[in-house]
Design a binder for this molecule. Structure first.
Ligand code: TMP
Ligand code: ASP
Length: 262
């Protein structure tokens, strides 16, 4: 078997050296973690679903002009990506109060926010990814002021697009986390969307039933995580499966109707 050099291993993904300089292979694992990996389980098939879900979302974002690291899917669990220098920030966009925002500000989960809110967290597991302000980001040199502007503008474009994409398949986009990287082309640097967008890093609520179709099923011990991810994949048209998810799964509200296997 081909022995590849492992460049980085995270909680849910592994990055291997790619076939050409400047490329990497992003491998999606089945590991589910929460609370900075204090809680950990293997959810068989999760990596395959996230690979497909993230692929279609990155492709669609690329089509509307959002630069991303994605090149192509290689197999069930892997995609070819461009190597970037990851900006050490988790950029969270929120439309509806939930999770840590609801707790921090004493808001009832489900309350619509007056407008979309962007938050930054410093990517450092040892510190539990603390929330940081633009002042911290520029003072410590994690990103320059112009880069922060670019991150915010990209995050809002991604949010607008994803709200519509999910609305069309009967899902409310509550919040999500994205990561960005710097990519150099000769002398020019571009900020591109990196990492993944999947139910691991979004809150997705079924519009009719309110059912959670994301990693909160794992964080909150609700069960049915894989079925929820399958439902999202199915509605996005990346899972050609007529078999209904096990148990009392969410109701299929709408489908984009393409049934496309790309
Ligand atoms: P939070 O409410 O826990 O701060 O999460 C906000 C969003 O960010 C939610 O969609 C889940 C996502 N998220 C991650 O992807 N990784 C993380 O480590 C955390 C804490 C949240
Ligand atoms: N991603 C974090 C972890 O793996 C936390 C989370 O998503 O809730 O622990």
């Amino acid at each position: 078997m081909n022995r590849r050099r492992r460049v980085y291993e995270g909680k849910a993904k592994v990055l291997y050296e790619g076939p050409e300089p400047g490329t990497l292979i992003q491998h999606f694992k089945d590991d589910a973690t929460a609370f900075n990996a204090k809680k950990h389980a293997l959810i068989e098939g999760k990596g395959v679903l996230n690979n497909r879900i993230s692929e279609i979302i990155f492709q669609r974002l690329g089509e509307i002009g959002v630069p991303t690291h994605f090149i192509k899917r290689i197999n069930m669990r892997e995609q070819l990506i461009r190597e970037v220098e990851i900006i050490p920030l988790e950029v969270v966009v929120r439309n509806i109060a939930a999770g840590s925002l609801a707790t921090r500000l004493g808001l009832e989960e489900g309350t619509a926010l007056p407008r979309s809110i962007i938050e930054f967290y410093y990517k450092d597991d040892k510190l539990n990814d603390p929330m940081v302000s633009e002042e911290h980001i520029t003072a410590f040199g994690w990103a320059a002021p112009g880069e922060i502007e670019e991150l915010m503008s990209l995050a809002l474009r991604i949010n607008d697009f994803l709200i519509g994409l999910f609305l069309g398949i009967g899902i409310r986009l509550v919040d999500f986390k994205v990561e960005f990287g710097r990519m150099w082309e000769n002398e020019n640097m571009r900020i591109v969307l990196a990492d993944e967008i999947s139910p691991d890093c979004c809150r997705l609520w079924d519009m009719t039933s309110g059912e959670k179709l994301d990693k909160d099923r794992f964080r909150r011990d609700l069960g049915g995580m894989l079925e929820a991810y399958q439902e999202v994949a199915k509605r996005l048209g990346v899972l050609n499966e007529n078999r209904p998810p096990k148990g009392a799964g969410p109701v299929l509200v709408a489908s984009n109707g393409t049934g496309k296997q790309s």
